[in-house]
Design a binder for this molecule. Structure first.
Ligand code: HEM
Length: 385
């Protein structure tokens, strides 16, 4: 099985690098569907630093969509207006405070030692079985267990909440939202009422316990797929590059440098939510995006910008420049960046210490609007020592 560098996701028609000076090798923007993608590193960095006003569907759009139905959708509207991923409802400063609070609580509940104990338990379980699917049997259930615990859900409740909350996130990121998508999600979220009413929760600033629980689910569940996929990628890359794994184990390369570089290379979170330009936008290389135009930042594409990185398609943990945009920058910077880095480093360090991974079948990755997602990753685990 051979796996080339993963494709960059998100653009309708990938543009081949042009010959010429390095700065011209990557166009500043691309067009995907109805959305302009800011694709150059400097363009993305510049844009992320600004407080964007329009992210995802606006309150008016959603209200218009839902007003033509007579279904109940109180919970959905509640969730849409409080989600930190959307521009709807309360202003971002309020949402940001709540998101930071939720993430701080996650960090307190899951310090490094507890993460290590949980990951070791799951990894040794899979080793005893000889192997399995690295993503579906290890990374994903590990992340789900951590997040379920932080929200206060048991495993069965987590499975019920996972689907509608993830579907809402994915739908809200699309630039072609349809009424029927929201209707179906509204019905699924209403179906969660028994769970929402039964799980005790400490209310968040200015919110009912029920809305607080939903907001925690919305802030923590969809993003968990990003570290789960990233961890799988970092491990599979080392399975194919044993010399690099040996250098990491020997301490010749720092694990944190490898993690940062594999996040850049993989691009598990490809794009930010589509928004409309608040004002005319001039990008660093002079390209313009007119006021009102739909646009988004492709972090994955920018992270492969040859104007910024030498040999951008090569995963090189010793490269001189780190990416500063993988977790975003500015007012929306990922509030879980520190937690995610600790989690990834802890899991990878333990795995390198405890076992060697052998890929034993077809590894497949699906392309979603938000980024690449593992479908299959069959492996055998060989205990070390
Ligand atoms: C490798 C792991 C991760 C990466 C690369 C990542 C990346 C990002 C990026 C680029 C943004 C900014 C998006 C924008 O500007 O629109 C962001 C925002 C966010 N992330 Fe993460 N993330 C990761 C893990 C997580 C996890 C595990 C959680 C929660 C459990 C999380 C929660 C959030 C939240 C709530 C925001 C919204 C912040 C705001 O808009 O103010 N992230 N993330």
């Amino acid at each position: 099985m051979t796996r080339a560098a993963p494709p960059i996701h998100g653009a309708a028609a990938p543009t081949e690098p042009r010959a010429g000076p390095r700065a011209a090798a990557c166009p500043e923007t691309l067009v995907a569907g109805r959305t302009r993608l800011i694709a150059s590193y400097d363009g993305v960095r510049e844009d992320l630093r600004k407080a964007r006003s329009a992210r995802g569907p606006t309150a008016t759009q959603i209200a218009r969509m839902l007003s033509v139905t007579d279904q109940p959708h109180g919970l959905l509207l509640d969730l849409l207006s409080s989600s930190p991923f959307l521009s709807t409802g309360a202003d971002h400063a309020v949402k940001r405070r709540r998101a930071v609070h939720i993430l701080a609580r996650l960090g307190r509940l899951w310090p490094q030692e507890r993460l290590a104990t949980e990951y070791r338990r799951r990894l040794t379980g899979l080793m005893e079985r000889g192997g399995g699917d690295l993503y579906h049997d290890l990374s994903l259930p590990f992340l789900k267990a951590v997040i379920a615990d932080a929200i206060g859900l048991d495993a069965a409740q987590m499975e019920q909440v996972f689907k509608p909350v993830s579907a809402l996130f994915a739908t809200a990121q699309r630039d072609d939202m349809r009424l029927q998508d929201f209707q179906s999600i509204a019905a699924q979220i209403e179906g969660l009422r028994p769970i929402i009413d039964s799980v005790p929760v400490e209310p968040l600033e200015g919110m009912s316990p029920q809305s607080s629980l939903l907001l925690m689910a919305q802030s923590l569940i969809p993003p968990l797929l990003v570290p789960a996929n990233s961890l799988t990628y970092a491990q599979l890359h080392l399975a194919e590059h044993p010399a690099l794994a040996a250098r990491l184990t020997a301490g010749q390369i720092r694990i944190c440098d490898y993690i940062h570089e594999s996040l850049r290379h993989f691009g598990a979170l490809d794009r930010t939510a589509p928004g409309r330009a608040k004002d005319d936008l001039t990008l660093p290389r002079g390209e313009e995006i007119a006021q009102g135009a739909l646009y988004t930042c492709s972090i994955a594409r920018a992270n492969r910008d040859p104007a910024r990185f030498d040999r951008p398609d090569v995963l090189d943990p010793e490269r001189a420049l780190r990416s500063e945009i993988t977790f975003g920058t500015g007012p929306h910077r990922c509030p879980a960046a520190g937690f995610s880095l600790i989690l990834l480093e802890t899991a990878l360090r333990l795995q390198l210490e405890l076992c060697r991974i052998e890929v034993v079948g077809e590894v497949s990755i699906a392309r979603t609007a938000i980024g690449p997602r593992y479908q299959t990753a069959p492996v055998r685990l060989h205990p070390l020592g």
